[in-house]
Design a protein around this ligand. Structure first.
Ligand code: ABU
Length: 495
């Protein structure tokens, strides 16, 4: 049926029948994908090198007016799914954002179907109210009775918002006159293990990456408060302006939580904006057992929190939240009168667009709200606690076997970093041992991808050569999957 029709036969000008058949065929295909993704006998990926994949998949971008029939479009979708890495597979541990929550997926279907723009209440009335309610719930979990916030396209842009706000608070004239109006250099302090979005924000905002001072970390990857104060004093000595401290609540590699209460004391003492990058670790706020890891977060001026990480919502779902109201508007408003007319017949405070640095803004909140309706905060608490239980299981297994060496004996978050120790390392010590373990890590990862049964990330850090960074954020994973991961690494390592 579909091969006899083309895109012109679909709504709005074509028929309801063809449209229903096309979309329901696609939904069946997607349901097969979801089923397969949850089936451990299927692979996580079918890796091909780029040049090989170009030969296999038809990626031609045609010029003909009616290039493909609808059946061909379904085949195109099938082909894309075949070679896409299954990031919801229980053995996909490669990234911080993983998993496939079915309620979140339903929310994404609806979001894509409505194709709404979040900039005004006028065009997204229900979604604007939902965003307001979810941001308020997130602020409640942080510990703020009031404030503001906005969903942004990812953690890096949420953090960009925060740096922008910090600068606007101290130097509001930059909005109109630019950075050249400043006679002093604003400085951002952040841990040496922070996410790279901090230097990115400094570069994008015209402050330059040299405005970012990296603070040394302790043996567990947490920012040293003593070093921070030294650097603040050095900044003042240079007659620069300490603008912002970024404290990370769960660093990307080691999962370290910076000591927020002590950092907040310094920020109050020196009048510095405190941002907490809880993009990854924000989920702990849902858990009464683990929220103490982010203790002091309520003293921040702004927070980045990505529910698409620990809470398992679909990408993208990231918010920047502020303790005070109206700051986003003051910093970002441009008052375009074709969108934000002040004489509309409803309360224009519900138009969110003039708080944003974007114009068009995707609806990233509906799926999270739907998950929240399905689980309640208690459901998110169970979800987060379960990830930490798996973390504890993995740590206990790693400590039990000589095949592994942990990078941090007691990880704070659900990042678990370790080396595989090949038998050939048994007689080695010092640098030679770690160099060899680092080399074999990359080799194992490559073979792991070729086999396709598993994905775990790796990286070097400071003076440590490559090690595996196992991220537990996928609610589909179980202890058996952890066992499989360890056994597979040993199997590959011994080959
Ligand atoms: N935005 C940080 C995520 C990077 C990662 O998944 O490793």
């Amino acid at each position: 049926f579909l091969s006899g029709h083309s895109a012109g036969d679909l709504l709005p000008r074509g028929s309801v029948e063809v449209t229903r058949e096309f979309l329901s065929t696609l939904v069946t295909l997607l349901l097969n994908y979801v089923e397969m993704e949850n089936d451990r006998s299927t692979r996580v990926l079918e890796f091909r090198h780029p040049k090989q994949l170009e030969q296999i998949v038809d990626i031609d971008v045609p010029d003909e007016e009616e290039p493909a029939n609808l059946y061909q479009l379904i085949l195109d979708c099938q082909q894309a799914l075949q070679y896409q890495v299954r990031s919801g597979h229980p053995r996909f541990f490669n990234q911080i954002s993983t998993g496939l929550d079915i309620v979140s997926l339903a929310g994404e279907f609806l979001t894509a179907t409505t194709n709404s723009n979040m900039f005004t209440y006028e065009v997204s009335p229900v979604f604007v109210l939902i965003e307001k309610a979810v941001l308020s719930k997130m602020r409640e979990l942080i510990g703020w009775p009031t404030g503001d916030g906005i969903f942004a396209p990812g953690g890096s842009l949420s953090t960009l918002y925060a740096v922008h706000l910090a600068r606007h608070r101290k130097f509001p004239t930059v909005k109109t006159k630019g950075m050249t109006s400043l006679s002093k250099r604003p400085v951002i302090f952040t841990s040496a293990h922070c996410h790279y979005s901090i230097p990115t924000a400094a570069a994008v905002l015209g402050m330059g990456t040299e405005s970012v001072v990296e603070i040394a970390v302790d043996g567990r990857g947490r920012m040293s408060v003593t070093e921070l104060e030294k650097e603040i004093l050095a900044c003042l000595e240079r007659d620069d302006v300490p603008l912002m401290v970024n404290a990370t609540a769960a660093t990307t590699v080691l999962g370290a939580f910076d000591p927020i209460p002590q950092i907040a004391d310094l920020c109050e003492k020196y009048d510095i904006w405190l941002h907490v990058d809880a993009a990854w670790g924000g989920g702990v706020l849902c858990s009464s057992k683990y929220r103490t890891l982010a203790q002091g977060i309520e003293r921040a001026n702004s927070v980045t929190w990505n529910p698409h990480k620990m809470m398992g919502a679909h990408l993208q779902c990231s918010a920047v939240l502020t303790r005070e109201p109206n700051q986003l508007f003051s910093c970002n408003n441009m008052s375009a009168d074709y969108l934000f007319q002040q004489d509309k017949h409803y309360n224009v405070e519900y138009d969110t667009g003039d708080k944003a640095i974007q114009c068009g803004r995707r609806n990233d909140v509906f799926k999270l709200w739907l998950m929240w309706r399905a689980k309640g905060t208690l459901g998110f608490e169970r979800h987060v606690n379960n990830l930490f239980e798996l973390r504890d299981y993995l740590v206990s297994q790693l400590k039990q076997f000589d095949d592994f060496e942990m990078v941090l004996e007691e990880p704070e978050c659900t990042n678990v970093c370790f080396w595989y120790v090949p038998p050939s390392c048994a007689t080695l010590s010092g640098n030679r041992r770690y160099e060899r373990m680092g080399r074999i890590t990359a080799v194992i990862k490559a073979r792991m991808m070729d086999r396709g049964n598993l994905m775990v990330g790796y990286q070097p850090l400071d003076d440590k050569p490559n090690f595996f960074r196992m991220i537990i954020s996928n609610h589909a994973s179980t202890k058996e999957d952890i066992d499989f991961m360890l056994e597979e690494i040993v199997r590959i390592g011994r080959e």
